[in-house]
Design a binder for this molecule. Structure first.
Ligand SMILES: [Zn+2]
Length: 305
């Protein structure tokens, strides 16, 4: 893997970490400014490839000042604790709600294993605790000044309560983490990603409104890469999320997981050519479980007022 420059920004680079053995699924971004930041850290399995890519780019890992994780799920923050060992200057920027779970990942790892099941959780790897003095817990509106680029952190719940999106004030692009769902470039597939245990549809829709109001130049997806028609992408997702939620609510009991899987695949993935059906279906299953958990939570929630 190698960092390649994004067409619209001389300092911002993207590398494919080959996450889960799939090409163009796991993105790691490098901003090579006066200070250097890496955005997203992959899973623990991806660490060596990230370090190699940093070196191949002509930097030493010790030149990296900041690791930014959009949220604390293992495919975004799993690599951070391991990377830090080779990056003595770097600190990890994480949502204030997630910071303590990076300092002590015991509960996070247990909850991931429960949500993912044994087979999937192997692929998501593990975590190494991050010393508290190397963690920077950020709240909405906090900034990270890299020299020319200033990153602004935005509270963006829905996918998870500890989700950040990150606006680069210099180029007007937004790193979406998983807040805007998944993008499969080439096939031009967009799909929701609504994992258990904490997916919240209403919050995610408010996050989309907020992303729209930023009028971003591009969306930089963690899965995967830049989307250059951001308003169209957000509007498609604002329709897809409630539509998927409705399918799960109305037909999971009658059609079962396999039936719902087929319906959602046909709704969102008919254009698949580059991405194998089996790979896309595994992502969809994550959302079926998460949406079912969301609906159950809503039903059991105490009535408002
Ligand atoms: Zn993810």
């Amino acid at each position: 893997m190698a960092f390649e420059r994004l067409p619209f920004d001389p300092e911002t680079h993207l590398a494919d970490v080959g996450m889960f053995g799939q090409k163009d699924f796991g993105a790691v971004y490098l901003i090579d400014d006066e200070r250097r930041a890496i955005i997203e850290t992959g899973t623990s399995w991806d660490v060596d490839r990230i370090l190699e890519a940093v070196r191949a780019f002509g930097l030493r890992p010790a030149d990296v000042d900041a690791l930014v994780v959009s949220h604390i799920h293992l495919d975004h923050a799993g690599g951070a604790g391991f990377l830090l060992e080779s990056m003595p200057r770097a600190r990890v920027y994480v949502h204030a709600r997630g910071a303590r779970h990076l300092a002590d990942p015991t509960r996070l790892l247990a909850s991931a294993r429960e949500a993912l099941g044994p087979e999937e959780s192997r692929e998501f790897g593990t975590m190494r605790p991050i010393p508290e003095d190397r963690l920077l817990a950020v709240s909405d509106g906090a900034t990270l000044d890299l020299g020319r680029h200033v990153l602004r952190f935005l509270d963006s719940p829905g996918h998870a309560p500890h989700e950040l999106t990150i606006l680069d004030e210099r180029n007007g692009c937004v790193y979406t983490g998983d807040a805007a769902g998944l993008y499969f470039p080439g096939d031009e597939i967009l799909m929701p990603i609504a994992p258990a245990p904490a997916f919240d549809l209403e919050a995610n829709l408010r996050t989309f409104e907020r992303l729209l109001s930023l009028r971003p130049k591009a969306l930089l997806f963690s899965h995967y890469g830049p989307h250059l028609r951001p308003l169209e992408a957000i509007e498609r997702q604002m329709a897809a999320y409630p539509a998927w939620a409705r399918v799960v609510r109305e037909s999971l009991a009658s059609a079962g997981e396999e039936g719902v899987l087929k319906t959602l695949y046909d709704m969102s993935c008919r254009a698949a050519r580059r991405y194998p059906r089996e790979f896309l279906e595994r992502r969809i299953r994550v959302s079926i479980t998460g949406l079912a958990a969301y609906h159950e939570r809503m039903e059991h929630a105490a009535p408002q007022r």
